[in-house]
Design a protein around this ligand. Structure first.
Ligand code: 4NP
Length: 151
């Protein structure tokens, strides 16, 4: 199973989502490959935001090796799931996605009909608390998402 997590800059939310999914998958012994990307090009090549690195580190997850990249058209065929952090990311993905593609392209917090964890809001212009809230929300979504995939 291959999952791509997507936000705007690929420095706050989607690297955190990648780290959490990888961490839970390892704990649960699941064979899943995860990557992350941004819809925008502003931060290509950069490390995750220091506040994201800190919020994840306090949960025992290291995301400091990740580097930002932009979504590419081939991602829609290379991944089984492309999960957007918010509605704006989802609209942008749907705008560029090939008409026929392999991936399911959905909002992460609403990856199936009966589920609604809401949008994962952009924490970039806030403080550390926003990053901790983001991490906690991503942990809930990730846990439920993996349970659903591997039930
Ligand atoms: P992310 O957060 O999409 O979760 O990585 C943001 C990072 C950078 C910017 C906006 C959101 N920015 O405007 O530079």
């Amino acid at each position: 199973m291959k999952v791509l997590t997507v936000c705007l800059g690929n420095i706050c939310r989607s690297p955190a989502a990648q780290g959490i999914l990888e961490h839970f998958a390892q704990q649960k012994g699941l064979d899943i490959s995860v990557d992350s990307a941004g819809t925008a090009a502003y931060h290509i090549g950069k490390l995750p935001d220091a506040r994201s690195i800190r919020a994840l580190k306090s949960a025992g997850i290291d995301i400091s090796h990740q580097r930002a990249r932009q979504v590419t058209l081939s991602d829609f065929d290379r991944f089984d799931w492309v999960v957007a952090m918010d509605a704006e990311n989802l609209v942008n993905l749907q705008r560029i996605k090939p008409a026929q593609c392999h991936a399911k392209v959905v909002m992460f917090g609403r990856y199936r009909d009966a589920v609604d964890f809401g949008e994962v809001g952009d924490p970039y212009y806030g403080g550390d608390q926003g990053f901790e809230d983001m991490r906690n929300q991503l942990m809930m979504i990730s846990n439920d998402f993996l349970d659903h995939l591997y039930d």
